[in-house]
Design a protein around this ligand. Structure first.
Ligand code: AMP
Length: 221
């Protein structure tokens, strides 16, 4: 099964994706993480992507499509996978379909209103050591990572002006995917403004309903 997490930046796709991985064993594939790794490694893709990411715009479809193609061909994706931040355009959705045809697909849209997204992202901090995510709203004094002691840093695209641009781009280029997946009868919207566990309860119920429908085993591994 392929689980696509739709939802604006900051809606909780990473958190819900990790919970899906833990419960069902499908690896979470985040194109944002793949691109940030390329930027850090100073690879040719990373060099091209950095300025685009820092401005809140989308990296070119052919670059992200190639990253996803390579990643989903790995062995751990055989039973299925969760996509976080991909597809972000109709063209990417179509590319995905042709890269991995006939795999049952569902799209879970995590809905959170814009003011909440801005508040969440502008107070988000990432550990420079292990990548753990913290939020200054929950932990105003956090300065170092409680897991590894690493320094907490703000993603360069989590500044308010870039967040607004990312939201604009989401509306313009990614929201059309809602109708795209509705037409394919695999779309589910969930209220993402609630506590993580409540959101996940709805997400898991939908996944299991679809697993039953497609005859997919729920076991991990
Ligand atoms: P994210 O971590 O998902 O918020 O992604 C961070 C940034 O990486 C985005 O603002 C885009 O610049 C870029 N990016 C991530 N995924 C995609 C994608 N599927 N298509 C184009 N650009 C992407």
């Amino acid at each position: 099964m392929r689980i696509i997490l739709l939802g604006a930046p900051g809606s909780g796709k990473g958190t819900q994706g990790d919970l899906v991985t833990r419960k069902y064993g499908f690896p979470r594939i985040s194109t944002g993480d793949l691109l940030r790794a390329a930027v850090q490694a100073k690879s040719p893709i990373g060099m091209k992507a950095k300025a685009v990411m820092d401005s809140g715009e989308l990296v070119k479809d052919d670059i992200v499509n190639a990253l996803v193609k390579e990643r989903i061909s790995e062995e751990d994706c055989r039973r299925g996978y969760v996509l976080d931040g991909f597809p972000r355009t109709i063209l990417q959705g179509e590319a995905l379909e042709s890269l991995d045809r006939d795999r049952p697909e569902i799209a879970v849209d995590i809905r959170v209103d814009e003011d909440e997204v801005v508040a969440r992202l502008s107070s988000r901090r990432i550990c420079g050591g292990c990548g753990s995510v913290f939020n200054l709203r929950e932990d105003p004094d956090a300065a170092t990572c409680e897991k590894c002691g690493g320094e907490l840093i703000q993603r360069s695209d989590d500044r308010v002006e870039v967040i607004r641009e990312r939201l604009r781009v989401y509306k313009e280029q990614t929201e059309p995917l809602i109708d795209y997946y509705k037409e394919r009868d695999c779309y589910f919207a969930v209220d993402g403004a609630r506590v993580v566990e409540a959101v996940f309860a709805d997400v898991a119920a939908f996944i299991e309903k679809k697993m039953d429908f497609f005859g997919q085993e729920k076991r991990i591994g």
